[in-house]
Design a protein around this ligand. Structure first.
Ligand code: HEM
Ligand SMILES: *[C@@H]1O[C@H](CO)[C@@H](O)[C@H](O)[C@H]1NC(C)=O
Length: 352
């Protein structure tokens, strides 16, 4: 999967590339001191340098506006990225309409439609300036990356050049981990995609912001294994009169809207919302990693960025594979040759 490594880029090169195209002047001081993770053939750190040099600026500027009005869109976009990449690779399949479709499957409960719309709005802005050269799959990755940094998290480059897929996978959503998973199940599931325990603990740190619906954590109420903080327990009882309640709780009781390492401090205090979160502190294979991130935010940021770059390369389509959608929710018509493609699309059901 990570074959065809071409990760010879040095940190100084990354810094200068990133400097050109990025959000903040200070990027290099925040950037990892480690070598960047390897990238797969077909992706590159400067893929749109000539075809759409303003890409990262357009995305960042638009998202700043969006988050100012609704900061819940930041965690929503990060989750969309995970659910896109973990199911059939980072191919924009979660964005596709259809009945049934991927985004409406049980594992995708709570995916926010307004954040899906934000991806489409970014596509429209970017295609207006550059033409139809940037994929929806890349926009999902860029939006997630900016959602993290604009919420206080690490600033890091992501490789680009993904193409959009023509299909989605309903069955594939069954591979997404569930909130009642124990650590062993999480480690197994992620190991199947080449992620180690450090990656799993770091990626779970995404639950440092955002929300969850009662149905996803109701079983944690009154739980003794893993244990739950009594105050959190009482609050969850009040929030959720039943598992079917449409109410939500914050994932991080300390700093619910900030991307920081407080998630791990919560775990050390039995305040993880999901069993899958809290058990990371109970399991000997992951407890030390949780503690190291609770004590050292810089270390967490480094491991998180690396794991996201890795996640962003799962089963990507590149080069002549796939297509660049003219609308993120619809595959293009087959064999359309020229610019008329902008207005065309075809119902996915017709192709499946
Ligand atoms: C380790 C296994 C994981 C499990 C079991 C899990 C499960 C869940 C569940 C059940 C929700 C609540 C959805 C809702 O009710 O609206 C949620 C929310 C969220 N997840 Fe995960 N997740 C996992 C890993 C990840 C990863 C790897 C990321 C990203 C890198 C991520 C990012 C998020 C974010 C940001 C939210 C909040 C979404 C929002 O506020 O709209 N999760 N997760
Ligand atoms: C939790 O325990 C309290 C006190 O024993 C009880 O009243 C409540 O029904 C329990 N809730 C759930 C969801 O198990």
């Amino acid at each position: 999967m990570m074959a065809g490594v071409s990760g010879s880029s040095t940190t100084p090169l990354l810094c200068s590339l990133f400097f050109i195209s990025s959000l903040l002047f200070a990027s290099c001081t925040h950037a990892s001191s480690q070598a960047p993770p390897p990238i797969v053939d077909g992706l590159s750190w400067d893929f749109y340098r000539t075809s759409c040099p303003m890409l990262e600026g357009i995305v960042s500027k638009h998202l700043q506006k969006v988050f100012k009005k609704d900061n819940g869109q930041a965690p929503a976009l990060l989750r969309i990225f995970f659910h896109d990449c973990f199911v059939q690779g980072c191919d924009g399949s979660i964005l596709l309409d259809g009945s049934p479709n991927e985004k409406d499957q049980p594992a995708n409960i709570g995916i926010r439609p307004e954040a899906l719309q934000t991806i489409e709005n970014l596509r429209s802005l970017v295609h207006k300036q550059c033409g139809r050269v940037v994929s929806c799959a890349d926009l999902v990755v860029l939006a997630a990356r900016d959602a993290v940094s604009l919420s206080g998290g690490p600033i890091f480059p992501v490789p680009l050049g993904r193409k959009d897929g023509l299909t989605f996978s309903i069955d594939g959503t069954g591979n997404l981990p569930g909130p009642s998973s124990r650590t062993g199940q999480l480690l197994d599931r992620f190991a199947g995609r080449n992620f180690d325990a450090t990656d799993v603990v770091a990626l779970s740190g995404a639950h440092t912001f955002g929300r969850a619906h009662c149905a996803t954590f109701f079983s944690r109420i009154n739980q003794t294994d893993p244990p739950i903080d009594p105050t959190l327990n009482n609050n969850l009882i009040k929030t959720c009169p039943s598992s079917q309640s449409p109410n939500t709780a914050v994932l991080d009781v300390r700093t619910p809207n900030v991307f920081d390492n407080k998630y791990y401090v919560n775990l050390a205090n039995r305040q993880g919302l999901f069993t899958s979160d809290q058990d990371l502190f109970g399991d000997a294979r992951t407890k030390g990693i949780v503690n190291s991130f609770a004590e050292n935010q810089k270390l967490f940021f480094e491991k998180f960025s690396n794991a996201v770059v890795k996640l962003s390369q799962l089963d990507v389509l590149t080069g002549k594979q796939g297509q660049i959608r003219a609308k993120c929710s619809v595959p293009n018509k087959k064999k359309v040759v020229t610019s008329v493609v902008e207005e065309e699309g075809v119902d996915l059901s017709a192709q499946m």
